[in-house]
Design a protein around this ligand. Structure first.
Ligand SMILES: Nc1ncnc2c1ncn2[C@@H]1O[C@H](COP(=O)(O)OP(=O)(O)OP(=O)(O)O)[C@@H](O)[C@H]1O
Length: 359
């Protein structure tokens, strides 16, 4: 059995403002294993930031349990307001949880090196050891030559790398990245994501990746939870979520991340789909890994006399595995279509009927 480094159980966070009650997080349970890059994806206001602030008790939940590295930080089942870890113990534990943010949160009047050193102010290291640590961290994020510059002299990507160096100063086991790439252009975003991946691989750093971009999840996360209105709609391995998405919102995120959204809109308006005939279905087929080599389309005709007209095809590489998706119109007899769709599902191909009679 896996032993999660972060276990959030049945977390509720409710804010009360005057007479208004906001249920920001509702009954969310998530287990993050050591070495995971766990993406939490959702639109603005979904409750992502509130949820991750619960991990280090920057936000105390209204109900539920928070267990980090085997230590119970909060247990809502005990007592009226729950039982919390002692303040000094929490302070120590928090140093092992680094955080980075969309707006970097650097001290503008301090140099790059001083910004990183700031995180070491309570460290037991001696002055010369702290200096060496800062130099080592700046080398890690490839900013050694900028040590004496000020944040205002840096690009957004460089600022975020300073923030990452600072977040790593106390050798954390967990890094929380709250929309860390949201203010960056696509190229810089990829550089930061690659750096996070490198830190994950090299130091086995567990990363919680909060984002509204499924693209970022696709690049580096091995697990993902999709949030909407305080609730986790679905969660699982990135591979499973991308090949068998259930919730409409998850599908929407994936379509955007794989650039299918625009193609789909155009194809849905095409004559072939707009004027779909009886005996035809418009479907999306998604398949991963070993199924990609199967001569799917030929087999459908040979076995069931079902003709597949491919309107769109795409292959993505996710976690080193090929994920194929096809938008097709399948035409055949009622029985032929039923058997063909069953055959596809039996082969582990995820079939979504987008239009036409469900055979
Ligand atoms: N301290 C607070 N007091 C009252 N309401 C809050 C507080 N913090 C968050 N909320 C509300 O909780 C809900 C979830 O907010 P949250 O910031 O967690 O969402 P999010 O998914 O992180 O979105 P964003 O990316 O925009 O921050 C929102 O309706 C927000 O207005």
């Amino acid at each position: 059995m896996s032993n999660p480094i972060i276990s959030l159980k049945n977390i509720d966070v409710t804010f009360t403002q005057k007479k208004k009650t906001i249920e920001a997080v509702k009954d969310v349970s998530i287990d993050v294993n050591k070495g995971d890059i766990y993406g939490i994806v959702g639109y603005s206001g979904a409750g992502k930031s509130t949820l991750v602030r619960v991990v280090n008790l920057l936000q105390v939940p209204t109900a539920g349990q928070v267990i980090v590295n085997g230590e119970t930080f909060y247990d809502g089942s005990k007592g009226k307001d729950g039982v919390q870890i002692k303040a000094n113990e929490l302070r120590n534990r928090r140093r092992k949880i680094g955080m980075i943010f969309q707006h970097f949160n650097l001290l503008n009047e301090r140099t790059v090196a001083e910004n990183v050193a700031f995180a070491l102010q309570h460290s037991p290291l001696k002055a010369n050891e702290k200096k060496a640590k800062v130099a080592e961290l700046l080398e890690l994020v490839e900013l050694s030559d900028r040590a004496e510059q000020f944040p205002s002299q840096l690009s957004g990507g460089q600022k975020q790398r300073v923030a990452i160096a600072r977040a790593l100063a106390n050798d954390p086991e967990i890094l929380i990245s709250d929309e860390a790439t949201s203010a960056l252009d696509p190229k810089t975003t990829n550089q930061i994501l690659s750096l996070l991946k490198k830190l994950n691989e090299k130091y086995h750093l567990t990363i919680l990746l909060i984002t509204h971009e499924m693209e970022a999840v696709k690049e580096i996360a091995n697990k993902v939870a999709v949030m909407q209105q305080g609730v986790v709609l679905e969660k699982g391995s990135t591979l499973d979520i991308f090949t068998k998405p259930q919730a409409a919102l998850t599908k929407e995120f994936i379509e955007t991340a794989t650039n299918q959204d625009k193609s789909l809109a155009t194809i849905e308006e095409s004559e072939a789909v707009a004027n779909l005939q009886a005996g035809q279905v418009f479907a999306r087929l998604t398949y991963s890994g070993n199924t990609t080599n199967e001569p799917l389309i030929t087999a459908l005709y040979q076995k069931y006399e079902v003709v597949a007209n491919i309107l769109y095809g795409n292959v993505e590489i996710l976690q080193g595995t090929e994920i194929g998706s096809l938008l097709v119109i399948l035409s055949g007899s009622q029985d032929g279509l039923t058997s063909a769709l069953k055959n596809l599902a039996d082969q582990g191909i995820h079939v979504e009927i987008l239009k036409g009679q469900q055979a």
